[in-house]
Design a protein around this ligand. Structure first.
Ligand code: KG4
Ligand code: ZN
Length: 334
């Protein structure tokens, strides 16, 4: 007898990317993202504009995802969506769309936590981590170290006490006059600069927690003072400034991740979230990992930043456990 086929359509709309993916028996058949350029004009995500752009994007994107995957809507077994955390107006677009589509097709709904999905992106391809493993999840809104015990058990053992690592990247970029989101640009310029050109004070925060607000202030005062001395300071030294900023953020992340690995004795180490696309962080994990005998898991670029394939794989495991959401479920900002 043929094994049952499980086809799931997943929707992600937690922030400023509208994403749709189709997965069949845990294999990604199509993974599409529509970014929202409009926010560049404002130097950050404007929630109301994000919500409106999701409304415009979602229908053509889902249509394209189904066509590209070769799976008809009548062949879908469930609709998955991100229930939070995220911007409430953005989440509502995805949740409402998922509910109506599931209702129309008379198939179940599956709700997925965005942060768990970033971690479970490691189960899309081979090699997959074994449980328990540690995951450093670094995005625009979150920074945390999670001990992952199963596809459904996540213990946060350290987290930021103020800003997220992605915010520190984006804020530094803004100070340097670079457009939003500045993280990828800092990464690009940093490749050509000296990471030790300028030293920023490392945050002093206990346990496995993080703090980035002090670093943000340090970048601001440093650039302000240097520009007073030389109006062309940024232009002349952009590569070195970016390399030094990146170095300061990565050093803080690595220090806590190494501490977590030592304290727990866990040697399977993963990174996830938008900032895991950073080449400096990817290199640091590999280099330190080799020294410390870790087995490291670094996601493919398309699964680092927000995407729906990670929502789809998380939903696949929930489907196997018959964990479905009701039509009354609500999105949650936090
Ligand atoms: O996970 P994500 O796509 O969205 C959130 O859930 O927040 O993460 C977005 C964050 C932004 O702060 C962006 O600047 C940062 O990830 N980011 C990077 C890089 N690519 C994305 N930061 C540093 N280097 C990169 N290459
Ligand atoms: Zn994210």
């Amino acid at each position: 007898m043929n094994e049952a086929i499980i086809n799931i359509l997943a929707i992600e709309s937690s922030c400023d990317d509208t994403a749709a993916a189709v997965i069949q028996n845990g294999k990604v058949m199509c993974n599409l993202v529509a970014g929202q350029k409009i926010h560049e004009l404002w130097g950050g995500v404007v929630p109301e504009l994000a919500s409106r752009a999701h409304q415009q994007n979602i229908l053509p994107l889902v249509d394209a995802a189904l066509k590209n995957s070769g799976i008809k809507k009548e062949e879908l077994n469930a609709i998955a969506f991100t229930s939070g955390p995220g911007l409430i107006g953005s989440l509502l677009v995805g949740v409402s769309f998922a509910k109506s589509f599931a209702l129309g097709l008379n198939i179940p709904l599956i709700e997925v936590d965005h942060m768990h999905a970033h971690i479970l992106a490691h189960f899309i391809d081979e090699p997959k981590p074994e449980f328990p493993f540690l995951c450093l999840t670094v995005s625009g809104g979150h920074t945390m170290i999670t001990m992952v015990k199963s596809h459904f058990e996540f213990e946060v053992i350290g987290k930021t006490t103020d800003d997220a690592a992605g915010e520190a990247f984006d804020k530094a970029a803004k100070i340097l006059g670079l457009p939003y989101p500045g993280g990828p640009l800092i990464d690009q310029y940093a490749k050509l600069g000296n990471p030790r050109a300028y030293a920023f004070p490392q945050p002093n925060i206990p346990d496995l927690n993080f703090s980035f607000s002090g670093l943000k202030t340090a970048y601001l005062y440093f650039v302000r003072d240097e520009v007073k001395r030389d109006a062309n300071f940024i232009n002349k030294n952009l590569n070195d400034i970016c390399a030094s900023v990146q170095h300061s953020i990565i050093s803080h992340l690595m220090k806590k991740l190494i501490k977590a690995a030592n304290e727990t004795g866990i040697k399977q180490i993963a990174i996830a979230g938008g900032v895991s696309a950073n080449s400096g962080l990817r290199n640091a994990i590999e280099t330190e990992g080799k020294k410390l005998g870790w087995k490291t898991f670094i996601p493919k670029m398309e699964y680092c930043t927000d995407n729906a394939a990670m929502i789809a794989i998380s939903a696949h495991y929930k489907f196997l456990k018959n964990e479905f959401a009701s039509q009354n479920c609500q999105p949650h900002a936090r």
